[in-house]
Every structure is written in C-alpha cells, then in structure tokens.
Design a protein around this ligand. Structure first.
Ligand code: GUN
Length: 295
C-alpha cells in the first residue's frame, strides 16, 4: 500500500514557493501578499485561517488577517471586500466559509475581484476552470490534482467516483479529473446524497474521492482490491480522552480500506496540508499575473 503523503508533498511545494519568492525578492520584485477575512469565532475556521496565515509567514509571503465580529452587517462586510479589491498591496484574499446565516454568501463571493480570488470561488474563475482557460482553481481540488500528479497515479481511462457535489470540492474535482491534462482523462461519476446504490458504484471505482464529511463512511466492503482513495473529510468527533476534546476523522474507515487499497491519503496529513500549499501557490500566481498585466 502506497501512502499518499500530503504533509511531505505540501512541504516540498512550500519550499518551491519559498524559493520563487526569494528569487522575486532578489530581483527587486514585490513579495506576494495574502489576506484572509474571518467573520465570527468558529473554532474550526479559526484553526484553518491561523494555519494559512502561519504558513505564509514561514515561506516569506506577506499575510494580513482581518477578523470581523460575528454580527457584522452584510453591507459592512461588502465594504471590507471593496477595500481589499482596491488595495494594490494585496495580491489575493480569501473569505473563510461558512459565513454567519444572516449574510448572503453568494453576494459576498460575487464581490471578490476575480483577479484576487485565490480561492477560485467566483463564477468567473469557476467558469474559466470548466472551460480549461487560465483560472484560479480552488485549493482543495488543486491539491488533489497535484498529489495525484506528483505520485504519478495513472488516471487516464480510469473510473473515478467522486462522493459529494459541493462547490468547493466535489463539483470542481469531478470537472478537473474528466478534463484533458495532468491527473485527468478519467471517466468520472459524481455521486451525492440522492445517489441510489452508491456501493455498486464505489465497488466499480478505480479511484474514489470522498468529500462528504461523514466520519468513516467508506468501509472496506464498499471498495475493490487495488483502489486508490483520496479522503477529503476532516470532521471533528468529540472524544473526552483527547487533549483537545475531539479527534479529526476522515470520510474513510482508514485501517480496513487501506488494507485493500493500492494507494490512500491519511487524515490528518493527506489532503488538508495540500489545500494550504495550493492556496499559497495561488497567491504566488496572483502576484505573477498582476506583474504580467503591468508589463
Ligand atoms: N471553508 C472550507 N474550506 C474552505 C476553503 O477552501 N476556503 C475558504 N475560504 N473557506 C473554506
């Protein structure tokens, strides 16, 4: 069984970005600058955003964390977005999701300037991605593609079953893996909560990407021998014995599925670290594209 080590691969990618940033600095070019907008005090969101900001600092990318009150109005949040759009020092930024219920998420994501949309959530980027034009690709699917590519996992002609149709992971990875190009040319089935007889599909799959958010959902009797499994789930499961009071569980019953798999990502240490690395990659790309436009 081959462990698809996202932690190690993300480290390599971050070193490559660090070197690219160092070279920019040596040439007198601008240092990329990422901003992150966090609304409210959700524990998981605070952890993710903190991790993104710390990663920037470690590799020499500038970062700004903008923390806003849970009860901020939609108009005040939109004003903050407009100011980030207009700020020439900021190359890219993200608005951490989910947003509080009183805020219209679609309206906020539409307000993000597409050239600064390093999460790739704006319809312009999503549409460009789907049409195989230059775009920002959402960090999680981008990380999955990069992991498959770097481990040289064959995808061409293979049957890939994606579980979950979210706009952030399931839908974009199903598009990317069916496209021509690296980690592409797969025959993709996009399964979701209304799918009938999911097990019949997963039993046929050469590759399974699970982005469902149900801990240990995918069991050994649902996969064939030699399957390749990408586990996108990161659910906090309460556990009184754990120091933090919870443990992180993936969508996959790891031990039993790993015993049948040809290759598998662990949780933690699989897709999670890749997501952060690709956000930094997108920030570097935003900075480079901005320079290219100015010249
Ligand atoms: N919430 C869960 N995943 C993500 C992500 O990739 N980006 C943002 N902005 N919010 C998220």
């Amino acid at each position: 069984m081959l462990l698809l080590d996202g932690k190690k691969t993300a480290q390599q990618i971050k070193e490559e970005i660090q070197e690219a940033v160092r070279l920019r600095k040596a040439k007198g070019l601008r240092i990329p600058h990422l901003a992150a907008v966090l609304v409210g005090n959700d524990g998981a969101s605070l952890t993710y955003v903190g991790s993104k900001v710390r990663s920037c600092e470690r590799i020499g990318i500038h970062s700004t964390l903008i923390q806003l009150e849970e009860n901020i109005t939609e108009e005040a949040l939109l004003a903050q977005i407009e100011s980030l759009n207009a700020n020439p020092d900021i190359d890219g930024y993200i608005v951490q999701l989910p947003l509080p219920k009183h805020i219209d998420e679609q309206r906020v994501l539409l307000a993000v300037a597409p050239e600064k949309d390093v999460d790739g959530f704006h319809p312009l980027n999503f549409g460009r991605m789907a049409l195989e034009l230059e775009a920002f690709i959402p960090a999680t699917p981008f990380g999955i593609i990069e992991l498959l590519k770097r481990y040289q996992i064959p995808t061409s002609g293979k049957h890939c079953v994606v579980i979950g149709r979210s706009h952030i992971v399931g839908r974009p990875i199903s598009i990317l893996m069916s496209q021509k190009g690296p980690a592409g040319n797969a025959t993709v089935t996009l399964a979701h909560s209304r799918t009938e007889n999911l097990k019949a599909l997963t039993l046929q799959a050469d590759i399974i990407v699970s982005a469902l958010g149900i801990p240990e959902f995918l069991k050994a009797d649902m996969v064939k021998d030699g399957v390749i499994v990408i586990d996108v789930g990161i659910t906090r499961v309460p556990d009184a014995a754990a120091t933090k009071g919870y443990v992180i569980k993936g969508d996959v019953a790891y031990e039993e599925v790993a015993a049948k798999a040809q290759a598998i990502t662990p949780v933690p240490g699989g897709v999670g670290p890749m997501t952060i690395a690709m956000l930094l990659e997108n920030t570097l790309l935003a900075c480079q594209r901005k320079d290219a436009l100015a010249n």
